[in-house]
Design a protein around this ligand. Structure first.
Ligand code: FE
Ligand code: CA
Length: 546
């Protein structure tokens, strides 16, 4: 949406002291959150999400000692920042059974509109949040500004990236945040962490709730939530590292109960519809995939690569489950067991259906991790770099070369091929895959067969942007540099960048910018645009612009 007037500039806020960003300041809700002091029922902030063309979900969770089992929470939604034109209002109970969280789905809204909302409870008023609805299905919006973020490990750093995102939203340059997983990390913090997780590893409902509360007390995260609606999916650390379906990393017999607690706490803390509240049965099973049409500009689909996946093959013997990095010849099942799935059959079909109609100019797929093939050692014919794939083209399918991490798409190559084949067969236009998880920025070309760079046999079907972590540490750049030589379809790979991806989508082009934090140990850190890429509508593949 481009019709949002630039907000009046505020004199205060963390942004005022940041070189190059002094003209941008944080919205009032950050100062409110900071001024509120310790015991405040809205100390965890407010959020909105799951927008449609006619509805949006408002969220908060009351904080405080010894809250009654049920607390009435009044909410209002207004058409203006001063709350003079109220559009909707109501009251909902914040129940102890839901950790005193509230999820208000407001129907009957106008499409493509900005709204402001706030809550009242226990004689206190929350900071205001700003949210928006999607354009009507038949509308042709000129642009969409959105961010892609993931992996905000609290004890690995501060969240200047979220301050930067909130500043862009305040300036009218961010409509939507896509958060692609690892919202919390379940670990105990090691000694010497930048800031420590409270308590031990999270395994119970109480533990997960406390971890979310610790993360949500961060004012920079609160600012980004209050600035615009979010669409959220999870990855592994919302539950446990590298889990797969109902299998824990160490094959714990009680893993289903842990997963149910984790899924429940995730729902409690995310701006998700009330109807998604999971039951405890079945490990808390819940449907989180979805789609949203931004008018005729873009179809956005988001999926779940955790809950329905087959377990990773060839795990480390000391763990029993979870990921490993293996040579294909030592784990041939990776290519030979072609029925293995990352999405589950039902979700695969659902995604393909979403691409059958494809009403948008752009087709965005938000998912958890790097989709591009990423071998850590040479495969035949590819060591020569781009254009050196002639030998690879003559190879038998199912060749056993390369060294791969089994938790990502490389652990499920047949499932990846099925997904990319749908894009090819249905000629889905302007497909863009968005991801996270690997704590590095990658830009890649996606082909049905990543080893075959013959454009006739294996055309480019999608452009991939895998965004780096907000704060979680990445691997050394030299490791990535060594691997890039074996993966010529990956055009950009930076593992020491922390931050997020910012996109502007128009009917003509997609502009992508890596927003990179200078010092993740500093909440006041500068954040800059480290690289920019463009994808022209009608052309697959990103072109670097600086
Ligand atoms: Fe992560
Ligand atoms: Ca992950």
């Amino acid at each position: 949406m481009s019709d949002l007037p630039r907000r009046r500039l505020l004199q205060q806020g963390l942004g005022a002291g940041v070189a190059g960003a002094a003209w941008l300041a944080l919205p009032a809700f950050v100062r409110h959150a900071r001024a509120a002091g310790a015991p405040h029922p809205f100390a965890l902030g407010v959020a909105s999400g799951s927008p449609t063309a006619s509805s949006v979900v408002l969220w908060t969770r009351l904080a405080g000692e010894a809250l009654p089992p049920e607390v009435p929470v009044a909410w209002v939604l207004a058409a203006d920042e001063a709350f003079t034109r109220l559009v909707a209002r109501g009251s909902v109970p914040a129940r102890e059974a839901d950790a005193h969280s509230v999820h208000v789905e407001v129907p009957g809204l106008e499409p493509a509109r900005w709204y402001w909302y706030r809550f009242d409870a226990l004689g206190q008023r929350s900071p205001a949040g700003r949210t928006c609805t999607a354009p009507a299905a038949d509308a042709a919006p000129a642009r969409l500004d959105f961010a892609v973020a993931s992996c905000q490990r609290f004890d690995h750093g501060h969240w200047a990236a979220w301050r930067d995102a909130a500043e862009h939203a305040a300036a009218g340059r961010l409509d939507l945040v896509l958060f692609l997983g690892d919202y919390i990390y379940e670990y105990t913090s090691p000694p010497g962490a930048v800031r420590a997780h409270e308590g031990g590893a999270t395994t119970t409902l109480e533990g997960y709730r406390a971890r979310y509360a610790q993360y949500r007390r961060d004012p920079l995260l609160q600012a980004a939530h209050a600035a615009c609606p979010w669409i959220v999916i999870w990855d592994d650390h919302e539950v446990e590292n590298d889990y797969a379906g109902l299998q824990g990393e160490r094959l714990q017999p009680d893993f289903a109960a842990r997963r149910a607690a984790a899924y429940r706490a995730w729902w409690e803390h995310m701006p998700l519809p009330p109807a998604l509240r999971p039951a405890e049965a079945g490990g808390g099973a819940m449907t989180i995939h979805g789609r949203l049409d931004w008018g005729t500009l873009a179809r956005l689909q988001w999926i779940d690569t955790r809950q329905f996946r087959d377990p990773q093959l060839c795990p480390r013997p000391d763990r029993g489950g979870g990921s490993n990095t293996v040579r294909l010849r030592d784990c041939p099942g990776l290519v030979r067991e072609t029925a293995r799935t990352l999405l589950g059959a039902a979700q695969e079909r659902w995604l393909a259906e979403g691409w059958s109609t494809a009403p948008g100019v752009w087709n965005l797929l938000a998912q958890q991790t790097l989709m591009a093939r990423f071998t850590r050692e040479a495969v035949a014919g590819q060591a020569a770099g781009p254009g050196g794939g002639a030998a690879a083209n003559g190879r038998e399918p199912g060749h056993l070369e390369g060294r791969y991490w089994t938790d990502g798409w490389d652990g499920y190559p047949a499932a990846r091929r099925r997904l990319l084949s749908v894009l090819a067969e249905r000629r889905v236009p302007n497909a863009v895959v968005l991801g996270g998880d690997v704590h590095a920025n990658y830009v890649a070309d996606l082909r049905v067969d990543p080893d075959d760079d013959d454009a006739r046999r294996s055309p480019l079907v999608a452009t991939e942007f895998c965004g780096t972590s907000i704060s979680s540490r990445g691997s050394p750049q030299r490791v990535v540099d060594a691997a890039l030589a074996f993966n010529p379809h990956i055009r950009y790979g930076r593992s020491e960048e922390r931050g997020y991806l910012r996109f502007t989508l128009t009917r003509e082009r997609l502009d992508a910018e890596m927003r990179v934090v200078a010092d993740v140990a500093d909440p006041h850190s500068a954040v800059r645009g480290a690289a920019r890429f463009v994808v022209e509508a009608g052309n697959v593949g990103a072109v670097r612009r600086d």
